[in-house]
Design a protein around this ligand. Sequence first.
Ligand code: APR
Length: 252
Amino acid sequence: MIEEKREGCERMNNVSIEELAGRVKEGNVVIFTGAGMSTESGLPDFRSNGGLWDGRDPMEIASANSLYQNFDEFTSFYRYRIEEKNKYAPHEGHRILAEWEKKGLVDAVITQNVDGYHRQAGSETVYELHGSLTDIYCETCGRTYTEEHYLQKSNCQCNGKLRPGIVLFGEALPVEAFEKSAEAARNCKTMLVIGTSLQVSPANMLPSETRSGGGNVILINREPVELFYLVDGWIEGSARDVLKACHEQLGL
Ligand code: APR
């Protein structure tokens, strides 16, 4: 399977660091990240070996149903994810993206990640398509709580179930975040897709928005992706290393 993916990706013109730097330098860049953006911080992704879905059924543990059918395991899983994201921190790649925004090269960061690392690293225009682990609320009455409270208690004062404000399988994406992401994708000259398998919709529709707007989509990923036809070019490599090399090439 990986070989078919690789063959498909190889057919895309492999992009050099020099070409990537040239596109970033032109500005009007939108960044679209997935869990591979945070693995070099120490957080696992989902679909690589050893990832969060390795040995776990996401429908059992991360769906709207699991909040009711499987509340204890659901709560343990999300407490674990909150503790892990607080144990680690954004890496140099996150900080480089924030610096490119400050220099007017990056217009927005669209992320599928819920770790909050892009904002923590200084990016300001960040659209969190799948929500954020840090927003804890009661599923029944909507009352909000801190992460610290959630790590101790799983029920609300009203006795409703507490949960993080992330998009569970079967739930709709936040309308404003998705609309703004689609608009940013349509209006950019270059989209850098970083560290995602592009397997989850509707987030994986965003590269097509860029291409329908006449923009170019470059994938920066450790391995080929099945939906290679969604992108125009591929740089095989790790998020942090490629971003550092591009940053050096830009002389920033
Ligand atoms: N640098 C570049 N690519 C990386 C790195 C890295 N350091 N680490 C992992 N990758 C690649 C993996 O090879 C894989 O192709 O990033 C991709 C991560 O893919 P997934 O694990 O599927 O994560 P993601 O695409 O973000 O998943 C999307 O699925 O389960 C849902 O809500 C969850 O937001 C998530 C969505």
